[in-house]
Write a protein that binds this ligand. Structure first.
Ligand code: THU
Length: 151
């Protein structure tokens, strides 16, 4: 499990990113942050578009920004919003970079934004029957960051 300090940093980064959400259509801001194996944190917010279907979810923005820095191993992800839950697409997206231990922190700001309700889970528990790059044969061996990690 990641330390309390890391949880605090992760939640703070996601809360800050949520303030920059571009969501003029839904008016539903979402913030996300991911902690990678090097201990770095990357944040994201939702980015909407007048062509609604082009909208980017906060979690995917955060994870993509980690990938830009070659930070592929996900230790923990955090999502902040009113009744925050990652959508199905984001669960699959995060699954790709997860290990069986990758944690997920859901930060619900609906009651109290300064003292939000934090729930902990595991990324892999959030997606039963995932589309698995190994099981599908799309990858013949686990990506480097997953080698030596038990299933
Ligand atoms: N949204 C996210 O950013 N992450 C999710 O997992 C759920 C939905 C955004 C997309 C859209 O901008 C707004 O929330 C309402 O659906």
């Amino acid at each position: 499990m990641i330390s309390r300090r890391q949880v605090q940093r992760l939640v703070a980064a996601a809360l800050a990113a949520r303030r920059n959400a571009y969501c003029p259509y839904s008016r539903y801001p979402v913030g996300a942050a991911v902690l990678t194996s090097s201990g770095r944190i990357f944040a994201g917010c939702n980015v909407e578009n007048a062509s609604y279907g082009l909208t980017l979810c906060a979690e995917r923005v955060a994870m993509a920004s980690a990938i830009v820095r070659r930070q592929t191993e996900l230790k923990a992800a955090c999502i902040v919003g009113q009744g925050a839950r990652p959508c199905g697409a984001c669960r699959q997206f995060l699954f790709e970079f997860s290990t069986p231990k990758t944690e997920l922190y859901l930060v619900d700001v609906s009651q109290n934004e300064t003292r939000p309700k934090i729930t902990r889970g595991l990324v892999r528990k959030m997606l039963p029957w995932p589309f698995d790059p190994l099981a599908s044969g799309l990858l013949s061996r686990p990506p480097k960051y997953l080698q030596g990690v038990s299933k």
